[in-house]
Design a protein around this ligand. Sequence first.
Ligand code: NAD
Length: 427
Amino acid sequence: MKIAIIGQGYVGLPLSLQFARSGISVIGLDVDPAKVEALAGGRSYIKHIDSAAIQEQRDAGRFDASRDFSRLREVEAIIICVPTPLNKNREPDISYILETGKAIGPHLQKGTLVVLESTTYPGTTDEDLRAVLEKASGLKAGESFHLAFSPEREDPGNPDSNVAVVPKVVGGLTNECLRRAVALYSQATQTVPVSSCRVAEATKLLENIFRSVNIALVNELKVVYAAMGIDIWEVINAAKTKPFGFMAFYPGPGLGGHCIPIDPFYLTWKAREYNKNTRFIELAGEINTSMPEYVVQRVAEALNSKRKAINGSRILLLGLAYKPNVEDERESPSYVLMNLLSERGAEVEYHDPHVPVIKATREHSHWAGKQSVAWDRETVSGFDLVLIATNHACISYQELAHWASCIVDTRNAMAGIERKPQQIWNA
Ligand SMILES: NC(=O)c1ccc[n+]([C@@H]2O[C@H](COP(=O)([O-])OP(=O)(O)OC[C@H]3O[C@@H](n4cnc5c(N)ncnc54)[C@H](O)[C@@H]3O)[C@@H](O)[C@H]2O)c1
């Protein structure tokens, strides 16, 4: 069997390799020439994916990267893993999905299965994508080609989570579409069939909204408990000894990444069409996006205790990526922290071994080219304050305790580390 996976990013690339390992030939299609060139040359551009894993499948003739969409004529199934961001008004931007549908159309063969994996609102597959595919191909979904939705559950950087062991929810436009999609995914992983594409789309949103709301809850409790002199981390660690009815979520400096800060608002937008409000989602968004302001307030208090102000202080932000042990800094709250601190007059530098230099992007163009500073006593002790925004495992927090005079810790990274009085502030 030969399939194509469109979008060779954090989701599409590991999925391609998993199908290839299962003996299926995969063409990895992408519009980014640099990614295609790297992958075709057997080189990974994602830190937690080994180049050797790509080379192994490429050399076995089961993986090939390309920009040539006419190669879709060779395949029996097409899986779409393209971005689904919010636009500048924080509304869903499904243009990548629609563009991909237009690009597939002219090459779509009768009997081919098309599966969307990108996270999106219910109705995208059976309304929006379906319309584009039918128009561009002249074929009818559910009759001359098959259409399904199966959300990705990728957890980058988590060694316990890989495509082979995480079950995949699958919904089809018709029973035959579902049967075909289940047959495809069953070759690489376990499947959970559901009654429609919309149920599958809604399932993914529930999973992400669940995280967003629970993270907001612990973020709110963090602020309340801190005012009472109670450490939220100690409370969560105690609560999670309860063997039922509790699941631990942890506070932080704000939400980051491609999913949790964005996906819930896909539902908010769609709900308006049905005259329904999504109050939990909005409130969670409000609390989570206010976290960087709270962290900055704690930075001010910590500096104040040393008779210093944010204005004029040298601040080192530790961890630019949005979560530990990955290089992904999309939507990272670290950028918000850097902006807020520099707006208040601080001189801000960062250290992140996973992000040696800040790339030019639309949102952070003013930081582009800035480099991670060195990790040594002389450099670190030269800052008035170190703000831990992400707790990468490769950092020695004991060294940090020796070198820094004042530390604000948003991740409980300094737990159990010997400290001097008035040195560490939780935020
Ligand atoms: N990253 C995650 O952890 C994660 C987890 C679950 C779900 N998702 C969802 O999966 C989808 C993809 O996310 P990602 O993190 O892999 O994004 P990504 O940005 O890492 O990868 C998307 C890829 O699609 C390519 N692309 C864009 N437009 C294209 C087009 N018209 N044709 C072909 N390729 C195109 C880009 O060049 C890029 O390589 C999103 O909907 C996201 O919400 C992501």
